[in-house]
Design a protein around this ligand. Structure first.
Ligand code: GAL
Length: 385
């Protein structure tokens, strides 16, 4: 073989290599098999058959609104991702809930073993109305890659009290008046908020629902966890058996705590909820709660992010290394324990508000300290150390 030929062959082989095998470094672009950065943000991953499916926001290079819909990628190893196109597309019908130009955020897909359907829940904002609609939307599909059929959007738990609020607490909430408070963050405002001022304001029309996640428990019951009441309070709500509606049973977590971007795992019988604060696209210090029951009581802990030296581009542990959580992958339940020394991977987005499609993905192993508390350090890769 002459030299030029050998060189050309080597170049060709390099080009043919899946781009993603060369990428997947935290804090860098993650390329799909076509060499394009994975445009699936704020999403989640499920396993079906012998494949993994990654759903997420398909974001534009410029602007904030949803012009395409929800993306889906597939993989057999959680490393090499093939773009499967659009799982749920925006509508071209004027006035439709998901009309092009709406905002679809934080899509999460669940496989329902009973109905054998794929159910998608996501945060929906109606076109031209900023973030005021604050709804959750449902879509369904017979196959993992879709197309998903849009079903409806709604506020949550209209006309329902949190199941654990007693008579006296309900009465106190009904005496509050959100319209009377122009100034937020005063001690008086805080006291009224903790009594359920925003819960009462939205009682009849339904509670707000913005950043959200879903969780299927060991018994197959699914829960929707969302940032509600002006992003002040998290709600945990039980879904019906088909995952297409709410049963009406719900409660509040950390009222007034301003938690967003909820993610959850269950380890040795304890639920761990890892959230962010509310600073838009900018990173902040994560928050963590634990409970022996999905219904609480939840105990607050320090942020699990740690590591004095490790920073990602000047973003230290107390800025979540520049990221905001979106989902926790349980590698054991996905049959992929060999991928990382840790059973769980914290999936987060490093948002790029100038070019949202280019927002970066970081997956960080969740370790447990000797007393069983999660801790997360910066790592360049998800691989075993
Ligand atoms: C973040 C939220 C994102 C998106 C963004 C808009 O706080 O987690 O999902 O809503 O605000 O500014």
């Amino acid at each position: 073989m002459n030299r030029t030929f050998t060189f050309a062959l080597a170049v060709l082989m390099l080009l043919a290599m899946p781009f993603s095998l060369m990428a997947q470094k935290n804090g860098e672009l993650w390329l799909d098999t076509e060499g394009t950065h994975i445009n699936a943000h704020g999403g989640n991953i499920i396993k079906y058959g012998d494949k993994f499916y990654w759903y997420g926001e398909n974001r534009p290079y410029r602007g904030f609104t949803t012009e395409v819909g929800v993306s889906v990628y597939s993989s057999t190893d959680l490393r090499t991702w093939t773009n499967e196109g659009v799982a749920l597309a925006v509508s071209d019908i004027k006035g439709h809930d998901i009309e092009r130009g709406c905002i679809m955020e934080r899509p999460k897909v669940l496989y329902n073993a009973k109905t054998k359907k794929f159910v998608m829940l996501f945060h929906l904002e109606l076109k031209g109305r900023g973030y005021e609609a604050a709804r959750v939307a449902f879509a369904e599909s017979d196959t993992p890659v879709g197309p998903f059929r849009y079903i409806r959007s709604t506020r949550v738990n209209a006309g329902k009290w949190p199941f654990d609020m007693n008579k006296a607490q309900r009465k106190a909430a009904q005496k509050t008046d959100a319209a009377a408070w122009k100034d937020w963050w005063t001690p008086e405002w805080r006291a009224e908020t903790e009594k359920g001022m925003y819960l009462w304001r939205d009682f009849n029309g339904g509670q707000m629902s913005r950043d959200m996640t879903v969780y299927i428990d060991d018994d197959g019951k699914a829960y929707h966890i969302t940032s509600s009441q002006e992003n002040l309070t998290l709600l945990v709500s039980e879904l019906t058996d088909d995952y297409l509606d709410f049963t009406g049973k719900y409660n509040m977590v950390a009222p007034g705590g301003q938690n967003e971007a909820p993610t959850i795992l269950k380890h040795d019988g304890t639920y761990w909820l890892i959230c962010s604060g509310c600073t838009g696209w900018a990173p902040n210090r994560a928050r963590m709660f634990s409970s022996r029951s999905i219904w609480g009581p939840w105990k607050q802990h320090e942020s699990p992010f740690t590591g004095a030296n490790a920073t990602y581009r000047n973003f230290p542990a107390d800025k979540t290394f520049g990221g905001q959580g979106t989902y926790i992958l349980d590698l054991q339940s996905l049959g992929k324990e060999s991928l990382s020394a840790s059973q769980y991977l914290f999936m987060a987005d490093i948002w790029n508000p100038e070019h949202l499609s280019q927002s970066l993905h970081i997956w960080l192993p969740i370790q447990f300290t000797a007393d069983g508390t999660p801790r997360i350090e910066w790592r360049e890769t998800i691989g075993k150390k």
